[in-house]
Design a protein around this ligand. Structure first.
Ligand code: DC
Length: 232
């Protein structure tokens, strides 16, 4: 089943631009979107709300299995509104603090396992763009095309800085660089589903590329695949 529905995975570290690219690509192709990082972010927010510690694996697994979330997609711009237990948490889950907390709960193997079915349920016709850390390696190993997007830590921190400033968050560039490096370290060195390119992923370094240039590169690769011939 996984093999038949067109599916593009985009993995990469925090701030590599994969979220923006995934939204644009989903819109361009008319595909569904899985922002898997949002699911880990939602779990960490729910854990705080229910007073569950980030290392209480058993309680986090229970929470992950019954996590009540919904993603509402605006047909026009593909922007998502995200609800947790009925509350709109679209902006709340994007803070640096939530990102760091998400990275802590994401270390736990049984938590990752508990979230697998939820992530796979996003795969539906006409196709899916899935972005995260382990989309091409663990969640969808049979994806039609896999990308791994990266950029220098400094460049990624700079992008995050501009994004956060725009959304009104008061952050310092230097501390963002340190946080991004710490998060990379945690995401890369965890024992289960570490951040790394799938052996068949196309690696794109976006340090000196604009969003449009990255999108062009991705579309050039995608259009080579038979699964996408009719979608261009
Ligand atoms: O992509 P993001 O910044 O929204 O992800 C937040 C954290 O969630 C990230 O630091 C690691 C974790 N994550 C993960 O472990 N696996 C994924 N597929 C997506 C995110």
């Amino acid at each position: 089943m996984e093999k038949q529905i067109p599916l593009i995975t985009i993995d990469g570290p925090s701030g590599s631009g994969k979220g923006t690219i995934a939204i644009l690509l989903a819109k361009k192709l008319g595909f569904h979107l899985l922002d898997s990082g949002a699911i880990y972010r939602l779990l960490s927010v729910a854990a705080l709300k229910h007073h569950i510690a980030f290392d209480d694996e058993k309680a986090l697994v229970d929470l992950a299995l019954k996590l009540e979330v919904s993603f509402l997609v605006n047909e026009k711009d593909n922007k998502q509104t995200i609800f947790l237990e009925g509350d709109n948490v679209t902006n709340e889950i994007r803070t640096e603090m939530v990102g760091n907390n998400a990275s802590k709960v994401a270390i736990l193997p049984k938590v990752r396992q508990a979230l697998l079915a939820r992530q796979r349920s996003f795969l539906a016709t006409p196709g899916l763009i899935a972005d995260g850390r382990d989309m091409g390696t663990v969640v969808f190993p049979h994806a039609s095309v896999k990308f791994f997007l990266t950029a220098s830590a400094e460049q990624r921190a700079k992008r995050r800085y501009l994004q956060l400033k725009e959304s009104g968050e008061n952050v310092k560039l230097n501390s963002l660089i340190d946080e991004i490096k710490a998060r990379d370290e945690r995401d890369t060195n965890r024992s289960v589903a570490p951040l790394k390119p799938a052996s068949d992923a196309i690696v794109i370094d976006s340090t000196t590329l604009s969003i449009e240039q990255v999108l062009d590169k991705i579309m050039a690769e995608v259009s080579k695949h038979t699964a996408f011939k009719s979608t261009n």
